[in-house]
Design a protein around this ligand. Structure first.
Ligand code: BEZ
Ligand code: FE
Length: 288
């Protein structure tokens, strides 16, 4: 144990955890130590680089408060959040694919009647979203809950923007007896994730941009089914192939169809141009 040479050191750290009472913690830490030590040896990490890493993580922690979670943002831009999502959703059985949750969800959005809008300030281009929630065997799920949130047309979530009404562009909707839903929102826009902190510095240092492709967030759930946290992305968005947080999956990229007819718009009590999108969500029964 006293022979802490480069070769022996990794094994000595692993041996030090031999009596760890929590076997899962031991498994995770064993793998983490192996990979961390291998990385240091692979790149011949200098003392200065090690110190700037420590300072970066310190600044990341100092940036966190009840409104800002810089560590989750770091996990997101490093693809860690999406990797965790991937290993936890290996068997979908036809269920809707999930993607990153993001830091802008708020509990307590109002439940609204089908057909209502989540826009409280009328800004942005109107969007009519319709579809159905089905189980893996394609049977409609009545009373499923869709909890939705999106940015305003300026790319900001309401808690980032003092100009927006509280809980703007958030709402919950329940499917009808045929599993159908309709609600209104606004056409999503692409936007930059918060880049005024250490994560933004890292992105710039890596020659990366902070943008996410336009999307609307949905958390779809129903009694007896595995809930899905997902987005619908706007087909054709220029950031789909370079999302700062690696969120897009092909099955979640959909056509947001533009309509210019004023007669059609009047039918939905909106003004032209407006957009429609249709999507079927599929949930997997719990335990299957
Ligand atoms: C979002 O889509 O809201 C989001 C996801 C990850 C990081 C930042 C924002
Ligand atoms: Fe988002």
């Amino acid at each position: 144990m006293s022979n802490n040479t480069e070769e022996q050191l990794t094994q000595n750290v692993l041996d030090s955890m031999a009596q760890a009472p929590n076997p899962r913690l031991k498994t995770v830490m064993t793998s983490l130590i192996r990979h961390l030590h291998a990385c240091i040896r692979e790149v011949d990490l200098t003392q200065e680089e090690w110190m700037s890493g420590i300072q970066f993580l310190t600044r990341t922690g100092q940036m966190c408060d009840d409104k800002r979670q810089e560590f989750i943002l770091l996990s997101d831009v490093l693809g860690v959040s999406m990797q965790v999502d991937a290993v936890n959703h290996r068997s979908l059985d036809g269920a809707t694919e999930s993607t990153v949750f993001g830091p802008f969800y708020r509990e307590g959005a109002q439940e609204l009647p089908l057909g209502a809008t989540i826009s409280k300030d009328g800004r942005g281009e109107p969007l009519v979203m319709t579809g159905q929630v089905l189980s893996s065997d394609r049977k409609p799920i009545a009373n499923a809950l869709l909890d939705v949130w999106e940015t305003n047309e300026n790319g900001l979530y309401e808690q980032q923007d003092p100009e927006q009404p509280d809980m703007n562009l958030r709402g919950k909707f329940r499917t009808d007896s045929e599993g159908r839903y309709t609600f209104m929102g606004i056409k999503p826009v692409s936007y930059a994730i918060p880049d005024d902190g250490p994560v933004g510095q890292l992105l710039r240092a890596l020659g990366r941009h902070p943008f996410r492709p336009a999307h609307i967030h949905l958390l779809v759930s129903a009694d007896g089914f595995v809930p899905v946290t997902t987005h619908l992305f706007v087909k054709g968005d220029k950031y789909l192939a370079s999302d700062a947080v690696f969120g897009p999956k092909d099955s979640l990229i959909v056509d947001f169809i533009r309509h210019d007819s004023t007669e059609e718009a009047a039918r939905y009590h909106v003004t032209a141009p407006f957009y429609t999108v249709e999507y079927t969500f599929v949930l997997k029964p719990i335990g299957k």
